[in-house]
Design a protein around this ligand. Structure first.
Ligand SMILES: [Zn+2]
Length: 284
């Protein structure tokens, strides 16, 4: 299907150093789809929600915990670099200080590979561009690690941020001119320049900027490490710190940064890991 997109997204992934009964059979109106794979989301039952909210950590990093019916659940993101052969352990700390561990088993997932020949300027950066990219990578890495503990997302189900055909290219392993790159860290939505872009959920603008690969960018903090990122924007209509309702306008589709044509690059982060946006969106 995504072959119809003539545009190529060169945005690399930022490399940052249980089982729930209902997740199998029926989808929850407020939780993402459960997909315990690299680039996916595990919805983990933490037990009855009669007591205060527990906290949970994966690899030392806080993860999102919310009430779901009569239970607390952890919603854990796994980056594309997660290794299913390695044990994944969620550390759960109850409000009374009692700690326990929950293993999470990841299933392997093989993403498609795309081999492309592109103009050398798309793969070989000048020393100045490389220095700029590295500064921006450090900044964005810090931003994307934000965990706003007191901000509670009303829902983890997202609105489609712009109208247009979605590619299924999340996780695509790209080889440009024979050189393997980081896999594609988001969903590309093809739309003409100027098409309105809206916030996929309520939140606060965490960062805006004009970055080398991403172009004009907005990052929205929905709370508890749940973030969305919008790239290659033509215009940005929001400022850092601004509160947004779900569906609020944030700018328009463009072709800024390293792209070959206008589209929205849309990424979703949980516990600082980019995960497949399709798990959060209504069916295409
Ligand atoms: Zn993209």
């Amino acid at each position: 299907m995504h072959r119809r997109h003539a545009t190529i997204c060169l945005l690399p992934a930022l490399l940052l150093p249980g089982r729930v009964p209902w997740a199998q059979s029926e989808s929850s109106p407020t939780l993402p789809e459960h997909a315990a794979v690299p680039g996916g989301v595990a919805v983990v039952d933490l037990g009855a929600s009669t007591g205060p909210r527990p906290t949970a950590r994966l690899a030392g990093r806080p993860v999102l915990v919310r009430a779901q019916g009569a239970a607390w659940v952890a919603v854990v993101g796994f980056g594309l670099a997660a290794d299913p052969a390695q044990p994944q352990t969620l550390l759960v700390r109850e409000a009374d200080g009692h700690q326990r561990t929950l293993p999470i088993t990841l299933q392997p997932k093989r993403y498609a590979e795309q081999r492309l020949t592109v103009a050398p300027r798309h793969v070989e950066l000048s020393p100045q561009d490389k220095a700029r990219y590295e500064r921006e990578r450090t900044h964005l890495g810090e931003v994307l690690r934000r965990f706003s503990a007191t901000r509670e997302p009303a829902t983890l189900r997202l609105l489609l941020p712009t109208q247009g055909p979605r590619s299924s290219s999340f996780g695509l392993r790209r080889v440009f001119n024979g050189q393997p790159r980081n896999p594609h860290s988001g969903m590309d939505i093809a739309a003409p320049t100027g098409t309105p872009v809206r916030s996929a959920a309520a939140g606060q603008v965490l960062d805006t900027g004009d970055y080398f690969f991403n172009g004009q960018t907005v990052i929205v903090d929905h709370g508890q490490g749940f973030l969305t990122l919008y790239c290659h924007l033509h215009t940005v209509a929001v400022e850092r710190g601004q509160e947004l309702a779900a569906g609020a306008p944030i700018g328009s589709v463009g072709a800024t940064g390293r792209v070959t044509g206008p589209h929205l690059h849309f990424s979703v982060y949980l516990n600082a890991q980019s995960v497949d946006p399709a798990l959060f969106l209504p069916p295409a």
